[in-house]
Write a protein that binds this ligand. Structure first.
Ligand SMILES: NC(=O)c1ccc[n+]([C@@H]2O[C@H](COP(=O)([O-])OP(=O)(O)OC[C@H]3O[C@@H](n4cnc5c(N)ncnc54)[C@H](O)[C@@H]3O)[C@@H](O)[C@H]2O)c1
Length: 324
């Protein structure tokens, strides 16, 4: 006879309340460093294309005594139908005996870790940790990025082709709406979190000293920066394998404009194994495709908070699933 396990399902509101943006930045930093040191492992992300509607991604990782699988979508046309672009589930298991420990909403985990990575890269590679930041794209993950910048004490300006969305997010977070797209793109620190249909940074557009976290182009056919512009600046990525196949890097690599030796991974910079910014007037660009180790960091943080404070008000109405 095996015992039934009561496995909590942490819905989006539980995850968002359990892990603050600041806790998310700390957890994601630790994950990047642990992965860079070889302490955490991450088999390649598997894309399951369902184009033109979108794609599914299966993302596994192992670390901190846990294993994770995220089953998640990117369906860019969904918001027009009132559905989220990113949706799915995260399974968190105990790596000592394989038992399932928690099921979490993938959209909330993704948003927290995406905002954390955008801000962590900006803080690590940007010229100043307090310079104003602009966030381009105020959807689910743009909102999370702006929320994280605000939590870290930055003045934030938001730009979205949907002005009402930019205003709503700015109002909610205590941020400002940029007066124009050009004003937003000229900020000392920029994070782009759009569906990647439009090139935001054409050739020659980035200014000396600027940092940009390029978050939106995380799959085939998407781009937020021209390949020539990426090749002109100092480039960092979350993971070379993933970014050079499915991120901004792919376009520049395919065009023969960028090679592995010119791109450092963020975790290597954080672990002290690669240089970051070396001059004030250097332009830095971070290409993010989103890593399962980031999801693992957030899932473990949320689950450990639940274990420590299951009766906290923000965990009200957590459903437990009987497994076994
Ligand atoms: N790198 C990562 O880790 C990561 C994680 C999650 C999502 N993503 C990607 O980020 C993108 C955004 O995801 P989301 O969930 O926030 O989507 P979303 O649909 O919720 O939001 C996208 C927003 O971008 C705006 N937008 C579209 N084109 C624009 C433009 N040219 N200029 C300014 N704003 C524009 C839209 O109006 C919308 O508000 C997607 O491509 C998604 O796949 C990347």
């Amino acid at each position: 006879m095996t015992r039934e396990l009561a496995v909590p399902f942490l819905a989006a509101r539980h995850v968002e309340a359990a892990v603050s943006p600041e806790a998310a930045v700390d957890a994601v930093r630790d994950a990047f460093v642990a992965y860079a040191r070889g302490e955490w492992t991450m088999p390649p992300k598997v894309y399951v294309p369902a184009y033109p509607a979108g794609d599914f991604r299966a993302m596994p990782a192992l670390g901190a005594g846990h294993a994770l699988l995220k089953w998640v979508t990117s369906f860019p046309g969904n918001p027009a139908r009132g559905l989220p672009t990113v949706t799915g589930l995260v399974l968190l298991s105990d790596a000592s005996d394989g038992s399932l420990r928690a099921v979490l909403d993938a959209g909330a985990v993704t948003a927290l870790r995406t905002g954390a990575a955008a801000v962590l890269a900006a803080e690590t590679l940007g010229r100043s940790r307090s310079a104003p930041a602009a966030v381009i794209g105020a959807g689910v993950n743009g909102r999370a990025t702006a929320r994280t910048f605000v939590a870290r004490g930055r003045e934030v300006r938001i730009w979205d082709i949907d002005g009402a969305r930019a205003s709503a997010v700015a109002g909610e977070l205590g941020a400002a709406v940029a007066s124009s797209r050009d004003e937003a793109l000229a900020a000392p620190t920029v994070a782009t979190v759009t569906p990647g249909h439009d090139i935001l940074f054409p050739s020659g557009s980035l200014r000396p000293g600027q940092h940009v976290s390029l978050m939106g182009a995380d799959g085939p056919g998407k781009a937020e920066i021209a390949p020539e512009e990426l090749a002109r600046v100092t480039v960092f990525c979350d993971d070379w394998e993933q970014a050079s196949h499915n991120g901004e890097l792919a376009h520049a690599v395919d065009a023969g404009l960028l090679e592995r030796s010119r791109v450092a991974q963020l975790g290597d910079v954080l672990a002290g194994a690669a240089p970051g910014r070396t001059a004030d007037d250097q332009i830095t660009a971070f290409d993010s495709t989103g890593l399962a180790i980031q999801d693992l960091a957030i899932a473990v943080a949320a689950y450990e908070r639940y274990r420590a404070e299951p009766d906290a008000a923000f965990f009200e109405r957590v459903t437990e699933i009987a497994v076994g």
